[in-house]
Design a protein around this ligand. Structure first.
Ligand code: MRU
Length: 365
């Protein structure tokens, strides 16, 4: 990893800084909320490490940073033939996908780039330089498009729940799905931001999200930055929260939604969906089409990343458990489609899980 660090004085929620071709910095999310430090990404190897070590995390942000790390890399490379460029891309993209494979977004970006590469390779009018330029432009476009998509999903999600409620709402969310997890604005947190901007958010609740604490470190940070009225709860307080306070809706992100609507998301999502069903709270998943994988039929096919035991046994480097205890640390779980009672919010609208496959296939034609 390139060791040039920029300490940004202003507190920021911009996870990705890319203002100029070849210049990529990411906010080191391992250091939040105490330090705001941006790390320079100089090539694909830096991108892979930043994703693997979770300096950047969140499904859409993983895809965007991986793709931009490829642009930075390509910017310093020359290729004699289109075939050589195509082979280089395939190798680098396969490597980037391997960093954190449960989230489908990096694979989605890789598929888009490889399809374009294959088309350009076979097109006689396109030179190697033009091919490289078009691939870099496509990879760069993912960042801006993601922000646009998030704003659309924010409106769709907010309007959908407001159609069923005439008062201001209490919303619960889990993990971090905001600016830090995306190109900007956020998916589920984008819906919360939209409700807040409309003056229709009474209160947001966010969970701590053990063991990595994306909720207490990152979502709480974003909520505070935006002055959104909010309360942090530990993960084991959600049943009591739903019993004692009216929660009007639960909005979460997704790492992979498959064709039948089953959804892999941060560990703890499934238990919230079960609680939501019991307490009759509408449960929404907010997922751009880059998080939707119509090639898998059910959630049983999703391979769940397992992370090191030290995330459970240690906090801030200090052991908080007895030595030798066995730990199980899956990063994600799968929520069955039938528990997604509010709907799946996409950039094309809000769908029931059973509508998703047909609707998405139609919109993506
Ligand atoms: O392990 P993480 O922090 O990458 O997990 C992130 C999540 O599970 C998010 O909820 C998901 O990526 C949706 S992000 C908009």
């Amino acid at each position: 990893m390139n060791k040039i660090y920029e300490i940004i004085k202003k507190m920021g929620t911009e996870a990705i800084i890319y203002n100029q071709r070849g210049q990529l910095s990411i906010l080191d999310q391992l250091l939040l909320p105490n330090q705001t430090v941006y790390v320079r990404i100089g090539d694909v190897e830096d991108g892979w490490k930043a994703i693997f070590q979770m300096q950047v995390r969140g499904a859409p942000a993983i895809g965007i940073v991986g793709s931009l790390s490829l642009v930075v890399d390509l910017n310093n490379q020359e290729f004699d033939t289109k075939s050589m460029l195509n082979t280089y891309l395939a190798t680098k993209l396969t490597y980037l996908v391997s960093a954190r494979p449960t989230a489908v977004n990096m694979k989605w970006c890789a598929d888009v780039l490889l399809k374009l590469s294959a088309e350009l390779k076979d097109c006689d009018e396109v030179s190697v330089a033009e091919m490289k330029e078009q691939i870099m432009s496509m990879a760069e476009s993912f960042l801006e498009k993601d922000i646009e998509i998030n704003k659309k999903m924010g409106m769709f999600g907010a309007n959908h729940i407001l159609e069923r409620n005439d008062k201001s709402l209490r919303i619960l969310t889990h993990c971090n799905t905001g600016s830090l997890a995306t190109g900007g604005y956020g998916t589920a947190l984008g819906v919360i931001r939209t409700l807040h901007n409309m003056g229709r958010l009474l209160h947001a609740y966010c969970t701590e999200t053990r063991p990595y604490n994306q909720g207490s470190r990152l979502t709480a940070y974003e909520l505070m930055q935006d002055d959104i009225p909010s309360t942090l709860v530990c993960d084991n307080m959600c049943a009591a929260l739903m019993k004692n306070w009216t929660i009007d809706g639960i909005f979460l992100g997704a790492d992979r939604v498959v064709a039948n609507g089953d959804t892999a998301n941060k560990i703890g999502t499934y238990q919230l969906a079960v609680l939501a069903k019991y307490h009759n709270v509408p449960f929404y998943v907010v997922a751009p089409s880059s998080s939707i994988d119509l090639n898998m039929s059910t959630g049983d096919e999703i391979v769940i990343e397992e992370r090191p035991a030290t995330e459970i046994t240690h906090m801030n480097g200090i052991r908080v458990t007895p030595k030798g205890i066995n730990c199980w640390n899956p990063a994600f779980d799968v929520t069955p489609a039938r528990l997604i009672t509010g709907g799946i919010v996409t950039e094309f609208g809000v769908f029931t899980p059973s509508e998703l496959n047909t609707e998405l296939s139609t919109h993506l034609k």
